[in-house]
Design a protein around this ligand. Structure first.
Ligand code: KG4
Ligand code: ZN
Length: 409
């Protein structure tokens, strides 16, 4: 990253040194971080609401708002203390304004406006998914352009990224997001009954449980949108199929309402393989579609968002990318999920591209629960009608060299 920024000049006057704050409150994490112009993290504080929401089986937006409100000032002060700086030393304040839970977005945006007004600083509105997409550039040398797979609790998107502000949307989920499916299935499986997983998110628990599978082919899962030559995703079929399989296994094994099926490890391994296969197939088509767009530039695939934490999925995608002489990247794990650093980094990237992102008209900075990502190219992908010879999943398996995924599905 340092290499990336070294030769750039910032377009804000007098900015020899920059301190950019990032405020993230789009969902259930209150994250605030402070970066300098080199992208070095000076302060980073994250208050997760996970423990609270798992008790109620999902995020309740008004409660999430209350918790953001209760914590945001403390998180900000802690971040400034960690950085050993005062708010008047800030140069800009990046804040997630879209997309996300409106009640949650409001808290961060109002707080950002309050700080901006009080200390006379410019705001930089940040798109949450654009921030996920660029985050890996903070720690690794990844020049533009690159293909990016965004997989989180709210989204599943394939985008081609040409610059900090130029995105082309190639595919998106037609229903659930993969993280959402993992969370719902883990809950239905009742993994939270196991003390180890009580406060883990669903995806993380499923990944961990899969590692001890004996027979990952024990459960069958559908391959979504198999006939559709697009880069779109669908996880509702896998989710509903999972609910049915769990119900059937519970009956067969005589599991009480507060119990877990015996072979849940196998179930998790099969589920992970099915989700990974679907992600691989759609990403493969996106790679074929965008290969000419790379020209002479090195080919790069960036995987980001909470689900990018998953080693099993990332290894499969890296294996696929290698087949196309493409290098796969993801942010380090502490930055895959929502955090303030990614918002500060995105603001810094925007500032690096031009000072017109700086907003002094605070009242005109608004939140938006739903927000498109880049130029929509979904029709162009469908029209290209690309037929792929599927790259088989890597032999790498979290649970050992048990079986190739292709023979499971
Ligand atoms: O990006 P993120 O922190 O929040 C959103 O913007 O949605 O993603 C959260 C999602 C959750 O649904 C969680 O289940 C998933 O990321 N996740 C994982 C893993 N860690 C978090 N999914 C699969 N494997 C993991 N290791
Ligand atoms: Zn996110």
């Amino acid at each position: 990253m340092l290499k990336l920024l070294k030769n750039r000049t910032f377009n804000i006057p007098t900015a020899r040194h920059l301190s950019v704050l990032g405020i993230e409150t789009s969902c259930d994490d209150t994250g605030i971080a402070l970066l300098n112009e080199k992208g070095e993290v000076l302060g980073n504080v994250l208050n997760s609401q996970q423990k609270f929401h798992t008790r109620y089986g999902g995020i309740i937006p008004p409660r999430a708002q209350d918790l953001h409100r209760a914590k945001i000032a403390e998180v900000f002060e802690q971040c400034m203390r960690e950085a050993q700086m005062t708010p008047d030393q800030l140069d800009a304040i990046g804040v997630t304004t879209r997309p996300g839970l409106p009640l949650s977005l409001l808290v961060g945006t109002r707080f950002a406006k309050y700080i901006a007004r009080k200390y006379k600083k410019p705001l930089v509105p940040v798109h949450h998914m654009e921030a996920h997409a660029l985050q890996a550039r903070m720690e690794q040398h990844i020049p533009y352009p690159f293909l990016c797979l965004l997989i989180s609790g709210g989204h599943s998107q394939l985008v081609f990224v040409r610059s900090a502000k130029q995105f082309a949307l190639l595919g998106e989920s037609l229903d659930d997001a993969p993280g959402e499916a993992f969370d719902k299935i883990a809950r239905r499986l009742r993994l939270y009954l196991l003390p180890k997983y009580l406060h883990w998110n669903g995806g993380q628990a499923i990944e961990d449980a899969a590692k001890s599978a004996q027979n990952p082919a024990a459960f069958e899962f559908p391959l979504p949108l198999a006939r559709e030559r697009t880069c779109n995703f669908s996880f509702a079929g896998i989710k509903n199929n999972s609910f049915r399989s769990i119900r059937f296994a519970e009956k067969q094994q005589g599991i009480p309402p507060d119990g877990i099926i015996k072979n849940y490890h196998d179930f998790c391994a099969g589920l992970l393989a099915a989700v990974s296969r679907h992600l691989m197939n759609r990403t493969q088509r996106a790679l074929e579609f965008t290969l000419p767009w790379f020209g002479e530039s090195p080919r790069a695939l960036v995987v980001s968002g909470g689900v990018a934490n998953n080693d099993y999925i990332f290894n499969d995608l890296a294996h696929l990318a290698a087949h196309y002489e493409c290098q796969a990247y993801r942010p380090s794990k502490k930055y895959c999920s929502d955090n303030g650093v990614m918002i500060a980094w995105n603001a810094l990237e925007q500032i690096t591209e031009g000072a017109n992102c700086l907003r002094w008209d605070y009242d005109a900075v608004n939140i938006c629960g739903k927000a498109a990502l880049g130029e929509c190219m979904l029709d162009a992908v469908a029209e290209a009608n690309i037929k792929c010879k599927w790259v088989q999943a890597s032999k790498w398996r979290a649970w050992g060299e048990v079986q190739a995924v292709s023979s499971i599905i």
